[in-house]
Structures are given as structure tokens and as C-alpha cells.
Design a protein around this ligand. Sequence first.
Ligand SMILES: NC(=O)C1=CN([C@@H]2O[C@H](COP(=O)(O)OP(=O)(O)OC[C@H]3O[C@@H](n4cnc5c(N)ncnc54)[C@H](O)[C@@H]3O)[C@@H](O)[C@H]2O)C=CC1
Ligand SMILES: O=C(O)C(=O)CO
Length: 326
Amino acid sequence: MNDSNLPKIFVTRQMAEKELDRLRSVAQVEVWPDSLPPSREILLQKVAGCDAMLTLLSDRIDEQVLDAAGVSLKVVSNYAVGYNNIDVEAAKQRGIRVGNTPDVLTDATADLAVTLMFAATRRVNEAADQVKNGQWTTWEPNGLLGKELAGRTLGVIGMGRIGKAFAQRMVGGWNMRLVYTSRTEQADVNGSLGGQRVELDELLAQSDFISVHVALCDATREMLNKETFAKMKDGVVLVNTARGETIDQDALVDALDSEKVFAAGLDVTTPEPLDHNHPLVQHPRTIILPHIGSATDCSRLAMAEIAVDNILAGLEGKPLRCEVNA
Ligand SMILES: NC(=O)C1=CN([C@@H]2O[C@H](COP(=O)(O)OP(=O)(O)OC[C@H]3O[C@@H](n4cnc5c(N)ncnc54)[C@H](O)[C@@H]3O)[C@@H](O)[C@H]2O)C=CC1
Ligand SMILES: O=C(O)C(=O)CO
């Protein structure tokens, strides 16, 4: 078949070659070669006439991009479980399928949330910096005191796949009491983990440690803000591996300064990257990572496999392996 008759796919970043080769066997594939995302202008040019796009969470796929692609576009496959970067409703109106990559990154992301919880709670950044900068002088009874998690109350905001995997680790490993928010009751969490579903205000009032796992949408944007921080216990530890936009960062800086929040561990911020001079990055009681929740070899390969399967199904007009709003 003449190459020009093959479907056209734009992939916005390099990823597992083995998976990209599966696309190349059925389509003309252009992979954006740079380590930084394509600019908006380039994205709009590159998608013109595409049948499919393989996108990252850093690519904003809105009506303008969908329209720039035109009527040939059948599928947008996001290389992420979160799809807040895509206007799913606009895609649906145009008959374009949207895919994501759930499950295969759940353990990796839950593991990172545990890592952040302990690193923040035990002030690992601050302590390691003292050693690295030659500031550690002696062992002392009151030096670098953190908190203990065992037996305390854990609040999980958003009991989806990752929230549940995180809660299993924390409740099982450190015998924590669990409260959580969820749009629906989670019988398995109540049963096997002794969890109690509560309203957000109740969770804030009861929790010693809080971890955010909700999807980002209008209802969850800046759900942690000046008012909600005020409802937390004094000295709470906060972790976020969901999306930066769920937290009002100025309010978090104030809460850290006043020690309402003892420490925070964030894998996600607004924007990404956050300027290294931002007060959150420079604060001694924060640990901020460059959005590495799913960054394990297994997870990233499995995500590429699903993202490619989603495109192949979408090109054939079939339901996707993992379809958003299916
Ligand atoms: N840091 C990282 O590298 C990673 C971050 N993530 C983030 O974690 C999020 C959760 O992932 P999963 O657990 O796999 O997704 P999930 O769909 O299983 O869980 C999402 C949770 O958010 C809740 N939710 C959705 N809309 C809501 C609303 N309007 N109000 C209240 N709650 C709402 C859902 O009920 C569900 O409990 C993703 O959406 C993504 O943003 C996911 C993977 C890696
Ligand atoms: O999958 C996601 O939603 C991420 O944030 C990165 O894996």
C-alpha cells in the first residue's frame, strides 16, 4: 500500500520503540523527537489530518487541537491514567474516542505515595541536606524530630485504584485507622481495611496524615485551600500524587509556615516544573518530586502497550482496551 494511504498518527514524545513499531506497521507515524513537549503552535500543525494522536499529560488537547486535527481524527490515546489534559466532552461530541492507561501504574504510584509520606514525616530532605552541606554537627535528643505513623489516623481523599492501593499499604503495614472520601461507599475498604467513608470536613478534622488521590476536575480543583486547611488538625502531614491543581499552593505555603501542616510530600505541582525558587520548593519541610509516580520500567512499558492498543482499536473503529467515558 502507498504510504500516503496509511492512517497518520502523531506521537507527542519518544517512548518504548517496541510499542511504537506496532504503530509503524499499520500507519505513518511521526514521533516528536525533543525531550520537551511540542509547543502549542507545533502541536496544532502536527495534528492536522491525523487519524490518531498519542498524547502525554503535558499536552493540552482541547477543542482547538481537535479541530486542527479535523474530521479524520478517530482516537486520542493518553499515555496516563489521568485525562484532565483532554476535553473529553468535546472529543465525544466529535465522535473521537479517548483512551487512558489505568491499573498498570497503580502499584508504582501507591509506592511513591508511601515514599513521600515517610520522607515528609521523617524530614528526610532536611536531614540529608544537613549531611550533604556539612551542617550536621552531632547526634542530639531534639534534633530533626519527625512523627510516627503507626496507630494514627490516615485520611485518603479519593478512594479509587491508587487511593485503595495506598491505603492497603499504610493500614496493613502501619496499622493505621482509615477514613476516606469517595463518591460511593467502598464495601471492600470498609471490610478488609476497616475504613470509614466520611465527608471531606470530617476527614480533615480527624486525620493526622492525608493523601490526595482524586482525579482532577472542576469539583476537585483546589479542594485543599485556605478554608479547608483551617479545618485540618494542627501538624498534619500532607501528600499529593494526584494533580497539583487539587491544592491551592499559596494556602499550602501559609499552612506550612504556620505549622498547621507539619510537612508536605508532593509528586505533582502547578505548574510542572515549579520554579525552583518557589517557596514550596525551598521550604525546609517539603519534599517535591518531578512527577515520577508511574516512573518504573514495568509501568511505563505497560502504559505504552495500552496506549498503542488503544490507538490500534480506535483506528479500526472498535472500543478501546481502556476507554474514557466508554
Ligand atoms: N503522580 C503520578 O505520576 C500519577 C498520578 N495519577 C493521578 O492519580 C489519579 C487517580 O488515579 P486512579 O486511582 O487510577 O484513578 P481512579 O479513577 O481509580 O480514582 C480517581 C478517584 O477520584 C474520584 N473522583 C473523580 N471525580 C471526582 C469528583 N468530581 N469528586 C470527587 N471525587 C472524584 C473517583 O471517584 C475516584 O475515587 C489520576 O487521575 C491522576 O491524576 C495517576 C497515576 C500516576
Ligand atoms: O498517569 C498519570 O495520570 C500520571 O500522572 C503519570 O503516570
